[in-house]
Design a binder for this molecule. Structure first.
Ligand code: GAL
Length: 812
């Protein structure tokens, strides 16, 4: 059953009323332009004409990814790489009117990104084309809009029909936020501020604001004053300064630098993500022409060849994960609450770093990294001039790379969470082009230097030969290794003055809650070699979750985690990957359609190794047993326990001790092989001989009812606000069944809608919009959005023969 699409006409009206009042009397205003778009998927007709009647198109709100709504198709041109979801050509239209006040200003439209090859028209004027699907796109509408209440039509054509164009799922459409913004003729340029903190000590921080001011009027502006006020995290003004008598030529621009000082700065770090705000005001006499806010942070850092990364003078190992930009069942459609959920889970696991692999992410994602505290390695390209796929970015490289990269840097350079620019991932130039392999890193590093002299560069390499010009590029500040964990130890000899980071590590594989009956220590490489097609594995295309299956280029989680912590010269590692993602179901193909690499599955349910990392990286007390305790009598089961903050662990089967164990040498777990007996499996952790915690896995009985769990009881109606509910099946004693895999039917009543469902099974071909889906190893996810304020939604889950589960959420 497909979801009903709700068309929120009343919400649109409210949004429009708000527009006028948001702009009124302000020198600069930015308004959400996400609601009430019309969409049509059609690669045949041409709809660029603004007179086209589109009233029978589908009405929707952005961000939107149409690929996630299409059926999985074994014949899709993107194939397993993009998760068997297809592309196509999509058209979007939206009409709007501007008040007199709004049309008296300069008007711009900003798309967070459009995947890919977008073309935009306002009324019948062509605004431009942008092949890149990840960078922000801005168009100046000022000279093309119909003023004073006459309607305007924006038309966007998105051409994602040429496939394959990506190695991983990239979605299709206007999948990030769209904004209209209004300025005066004299204003801060688009992404035209850069705030740096060249001197930081306990007593004070020097703040340098570099501003680009544009004058769009035909005449020279004299007597412009620029004022910047700095607000501390509590909102108190802590510094301010002015520069007066500036002159800006007509149709010209001017760069202005201000130096400010603040005393006793609160330093930004992953544990203390303090954010300051600089408010820059442009005055002409007493008239305010612009008011522009830049969020920034104050922190110092450096990389040391021998000792790794230092933040604010203290050594800090970067314990990071790579994340792709899709949000599982939501596809690429950016959603702040879904991104926050991912990042919070990573934070709780002890992660302090994120690699935005392999493309610019939504700027709102970096806002979250600023607020929540992550060391971000920001990556721009998966492909340079040489292709990885027939229709990928190499087609546009020559014409676009400078502009795309510069736009990416200018958008992100104020984020305090951003520490490293990663210029590319596993570029083909490593092997195939010695000349460009040397030239491209140098050119890209020069762009970073010209726009952001405060951050080092790296490149993610997977070829370790000294003949690799990309690896050996002297233009790049930090040497980045993907995988090759056998070579981490000898890095100081191999690159005597090099600073070192593991840009990507691990690539181990697992399906959540799935355990093969082979000894935990029998590590398997799937596939055997990267270019040998894989025909082994499990019939159901599952992968055992004991951390004993990995790719030939990767390692087990435990292995690379241990090496990371062993060598001080390894400044950090970004594990591939924090979450499963759509596409790349290595080592399998159809019907597997999403990855097995995640520490957390696609639905957001942790796999067992989550607790391995949490035990090593966080202060949270951990005592986690795997597997579940539903087996056949006579089986011998390997039991693994991850723990921390204890000296040893004792295992009991039905209260009979199987012995105490402590982690041996460099092992990060303890294990026992025990004959299965139905009942209870208990781990007890001891410190200094005293019990400090215990945990039990119970053999479960028949399922009797479904239960819906939710971390929240309320929801508001903001477009970006979602609730993530978890359905489990329980037996008569309330134990959750770990192997419940039956069909569940979801219903919702009240002022809300189910946006998506998922279960974390990489081979499930049910549409993510379906209200009927099988549970996978005991779990099902329901993603809910509220749309009527001051009400309630009731979500219920039904499965044959079981008592249904229900959950109420208050919609605020
Ligand atoms: C890396 C690559 C990633 C992903 C990963 C899978 O080589 O950079 O994008 O493909 O392998 O193991």
């Amino acid at each position: 059953m497909k979801l009903k699409r709700n068309i929120f006409v009343f919400a649109v009206t409210i949004a429009w009323l708000a527009v006028g009042s948001q702009v009124f009397g302000q020198s600069r205003a930015s308004i959400d332009f996400n609601t009430a778009w019309f969409f049509r998927l059609d690669s045949v007709s041409d709809y660029r004409d603004s007179r086209v009647d589109y009233q029978d198109w589908r009405q929707l709100d952005l961000p939107h990814d149409w690929s996630i709504e299409l059926p999985f198709d074994s014949l899709s041109a993107g194939s397993s790489g993009t998760g068997y979801l297809s592309g196509g050509v999509g058209w979007y239209k939206k009409s709007f009117t501007l008040s007199e006040e709004e049309s008296s200003k300069r008007v711009y439209i900003e798309f967070g990104a459009i995947y890919e090859n977008s073309e935009v028209w306002i009324n019948n004027t062509y605004l431009g084309h942008r092949p890149n699907g990840y960078v922000p796109i801005v168009y100046d509408l000022t000279d093309h809009i119909n003023k004073k209440g006459d309607p305007n039509i924006i038309t966007v054509k998105v051409n994602n029909s040429k496939q394959p164009n990506s190695r991983f799922y990239a979605g299709s459409g206007i999948y990030r936020d769209v904004k209209l913004f209004f300025t005066s003729d004299v204003a801060i340029a688009y992404n035209g501020t850069f705030i740096i903190t060249p001197v930081i000590n306990e007593r004070q921080a020097q703040i340098k604001t570099q501003l680009e001011i544009v004058n769009h009027s035909a005449h020279r502006q004299n007597g412009i004053t620029v004022e910047t006020q700095v607000y501390d995290p509590q909102g108190k003004i802590v510094s301010q300064g002015q520069i007066g008598k500036l002159r800006i030529d007509g149709e010209g621009n001017q760069f202005v630098e201000q130096n400010l000082t603040i005393t006793h700065p609160l330093l930004w770090s992953p544990d203390t993500p303090h954010l300051y705000r600089a408010v820059t005001i442009i005055w002409e006499g007493k008239q305010e022409l612009d008011r522009y806010t830049t969020v920034f942070g104050i922190r110092s850092f450096h990389f040391d060849a021998a000792q790794g990364f230092f933040l604010n003078g203290q050594p800090l190992k970067i314990r990071g994960v790579c994340l792709h930009s899709d949000l599982g069942a939501l596809g690429m459609a950016f959603n702040r609450s879904a991104a926050r959920r991912q990042l919070q889970m990573m934070k709780d696991m002890g992660v302090n770093g994120i690699r935005t692999s392999h493309n610019p992410v939504a700027s709102e994602f970096l806002d979250l990294c600023d607020e929540m505290g992550f060391i971000v390695m920001n990556e721009t390209f998966d492909v340079w001039k040489h292709p990885k796929n027939t229709f990928d970015y190499h087609l546009y490289w020559d014409e676009w790379y400078k502009r795309d990269f510069a736009d990416h840097i200018k958008r992100d350079r104020n984020h305090p969470s951003l520490f490293i620019w990663c210029l590319g991932n596993e570029a083909q130039e490593q092997w195939h082009d010695p000349e460009l392999g040397a030239a491209i890193p140098a050119r890209l590093a020069a762009i970073v230097d010209s726009l952001d002299g405060t951050r080092p560069t790296t490149i993610a390499n997977n070829e370790m030969s000294k003949d690799n010009p990309v690896l050996m590029s002297p233009a790049v500040d930090i040497v980045g290794y993907n995988y090759n964990h056998q070579k981490w130890a000898s890095f100081p000899e191999d690159h005597p003055t090099g600073k070192f980071i593991v840009t990507e590590g691990t690539s181990a594989l697992a399906s959540r809650g799935q355990y093969d009956a082979v000894p935990v220590d029998s590590v398997r490489m799937w596939p055997l070699h990267w270019d040998i097609p894989f025909d082994g594995g499990n019939v159901d295309k599952s992968i055992s979750a004991y951390d004993h299956v990995h790719t030939p280029w990767g390692s087990s989680h435990e292995e690379s985690l241990r090496l990371l912590e062993t060598y001080p010269h390894v400044s950090g590692m970004y594990v591939w990957t924090g979450f499963d993602y759509l596409g790349e179901p290595t080592p399998y193909t159809w019907p597997a359609r999403s990855s097995y690499f995640g520490i957390v599955d696609l639905a957001g349910f942790p796999k067992d190794v989550y607790y391995l990392y949490q035990s090593a990286w966080s202060e949270t007390p951990v005592l986690h047993i795997l597997p579940h305790w539903n087996w056949q009598d006579g089986d011998t089961i390997d039991v693994v326990v991850y723990y921390n903050q204890a000296d040893e662990v004792e295992l009991f089967v039905n209260d009979v001790s199987k012995g105490r164990k402590a982690k041996e040498k460099d092992k990060l777990h303890v294990s026992w092989a025990v004959p299965y007996e139905a009942g209870s499996l208990t781990a007890v952790a001891y410190q200094d001989g005293l019990e400090v915690r215990r945990t039990t896995r119970q053999t479960t009985g028949e399922a009797v009812s479904l239960v819906i769990k939710s971390k929240r009881d309320t929801l508001n109606t903001a477009l970006e606000e979602l609730a993530f509910l978890e359905v489990v099946a329980v037996d008569a004693d309330g134990n959750e069944l770990p192997d419940f895999n039956e069909w569940i039917n979801v219903e919702i009543q009240g002022g809300g809608t189910v946006v998506a469902t998922d279960n974390g099974n990489p081979t499930d071909l049910t549409s993510f919009q379906s209200l009927t889906r099988k549970a996978y190893n005991g779990k099902l996810l329901i993603v809910v959005k509220g749309y009527i304020a001051n009400g309630e939604v009731t979500v219920s889950a039904h499965s044959d023969g079981l008592k249904s589960g229900t959950r109420k959420l208050v919609v605020e």
